[in-house]
Design a protein around this ligand. Structure first.
Ligand SMILES: Cc1cc2nc3c(=O)[nH]c(=O)nc-3n(C[C@H](O)[C@H](O)[C@H](O)COP(=O)(O)OP(=O)(O)OC[C@H]3O[C@@H](n4cnc5c(N)ncnc54)[C@H](O)[C@@H]3O)c2cc1C
Length: 406
């Protein structure tokens, strides 16, 4: 989509649904609404920066996995795999829509102690019950299938080669945006800067745009990524979401591996995987505070002192590697439990959340977008019960924790 074709000014003065943020989640919700014959309302998507330069969406590693500790997260990712593998069919057999790549090199969680090995074993049972192909491997089995790993300190690994790996989420995003617009959702380049509520404080009546227009709304959807808390505050709501820096490094190996490197989650906290002819590694900083919304400064000491040593230890062939690219992105980090926050607010009843996805939002966007569209259209989730993610738990301060967080 050419950003210059987007208008600043909405064509109407009120919409049934106003979505604040038009990246992966804003576009997912917009598409699932616009594509649903039972939804006949109007949709406005307000996006402050249609280049998406500083979004989580533009910095993602775009991988999916079945390896979660919560059944609902497994099911959410299973829908992602189904959606990606049958993308054209989901997009109405539109012949312009390409086949999406899903490169299933698998994830490999490595445990260097019995306690974490037991976490992997428990999670594997949950995944298996959902039909996932995850296997617990001994160090010897890992070495047999992937001789390049150093497994000297490894107690067990958890691995799955079905529907786990890289997928072309950016093409999916492009098509959701394009198709949502073709089906009537209106995108504008503008910023929501304020909201008004009714006297009782139970509804958002309008959003105010940076350009001054006041736009009435039936429902307002917070799809503002790491800025979600700023958008919530406009409606007088606090949520535990903050921007946290995540570092990605692309490297070339002097002696490349003879097979794909699974997305390996090393006990050090560094992860790495195959990335075409290169390799990708990522990690959080040791000290992991909330950062400024505009802070994308790189920290190469993290590469030198944390990522590289961990990589060379786990895969000794990677002693000779060269950094070829790197970037810093922001997670919309849910400090309560690193899980999604969905559903309606308890008192501001037309305020809907799609927030706090931390590091696994790309793969959750099909199921969460579909569920949110169902909630808006029917007043309930229909395809998959997403109520465990509902906002109520935030108010009750009851974490819905996920153990498999990267
Ligand atoms: C380094 C990194 C690696 C990741 N790897 C993976 C992975 O491998 N697999 C996976 O599943 N997930 C991954 N994720 C997570 C995933 O990328 C995110 O969960 C997802 O992109 C979030 O999309 P979003 O639309 O919620 O947020 P964003 O992409 O940040 O979009 C929010 C949008 O809202 C707009 N906005 C904000 N406030 C306003 C306002 N007031 N008015 C108008 N517009 C506004 C912003 O401009 C922005 O475009 C990763 C994330 C990062 C940072």
């Amino acid at each position: 989509m050419n950003p210059t074709t987007l208008s600043v000014t909405p064509s109407r003065s009120s919409y049934d649904v106003v979505i604040v943020g038009g990246a992966m989640f804003g576009s997912s919700v917009a598409w699932f609404l616009a594509n649903n014959p039972d939804f006949d309302g109007s949709v406005l998507v307000v996006e402050r920066d249609p280049s998406y330069e500083f979004t989580s969406t533009a910095h993602t590693n775009s991988c999916m996995r079945q390896q979660f500790s919560r059944e609902i997260n497994v099911r959410v990712s299973q829908f992602a795999a189904e959606f990606v593998k049958n993308f054209r069919e989901f997009m109405g057999n539109d012949s312009r829509v390409p086949k999406l790549l899903l490169h299933s090199f698998g994830y490999m969680y490595l445990a260097d102690n019995e306690e974490f090995a037991n976490v992997l074993r428990e999670s594997q049972k949950i995944q298996k019950a959902c039909g996932a192909a995850t296997k617990i491997m001994t160090a010897e089995e890992i070495k047999r299938d992937y001789p390049f790993y150093n497994v000297d300190d490894i107690v067990a690994g958890s691995h799955n080669l079905v529907d786990e790996g890289y997928f072309d989420g950016n093409t999916l995003f492009d098509w959701w945006r394009r198709s949502a617009r073709e089906k009537g959702a209106e995108y504008v380049t503008n910023e929501v800067v304020a909201m008004t509520r009714n006297k009782a404080g139970t509804r958002v009546e309008s959003v105010t745009l940076k350009s001054g227009e006041v736009i009435g709304c039936g429902t307002v959807v917070n799809a503002s990524g790491p800025r979600a808390v700023l958008t919530s505050r406009m409606a007088g709501i606090e949520i535990p979401v903050e921007p946290r820096k995540r570092y990605t490094f692309i490297f070339a190996a002097e002696r490349p591996l003879d097979r794909d490197l699974p997305l390996t989650i090393d006990p050090s906290g560094v992860h790495m995987r195959t990335d075409g002819t290169y390799y990708l590694a990522g990690c959080p900083p040791d000290d992991d505070p909330a950062v400024d919304y505009d802070d994308f400064e790189q920290d190469f000491s993290l590469w030198e002192n944390k990522a590289w040593p961990a990589i060379a230890n786990r895969v000794p062939r990677f002693e000779a590697i060269k950094l070829v690219n790197s970037w810093v992105g922001h997670y919309a980090y849910n400090t309560l439990d690193q899980n999604a926050i969905l559903g309606r607010h308890t008192t501001v009843e037309n305020f809907v959340f799609v927030n706090g996805f931390s590091g696994h939002g790309f793969q959750q966007s099909p199921a969460m977008g579909r569920g949110t569209a169902e909630l808006i259209t029917y007043g309930e989730y229909r395809s998959l019960d997403l109520t465990p993610f509902n906002y109520e738990r935030i108010e009750r301060n009851e974490p819905f924790s996920e153990k498999a967080i990267i």
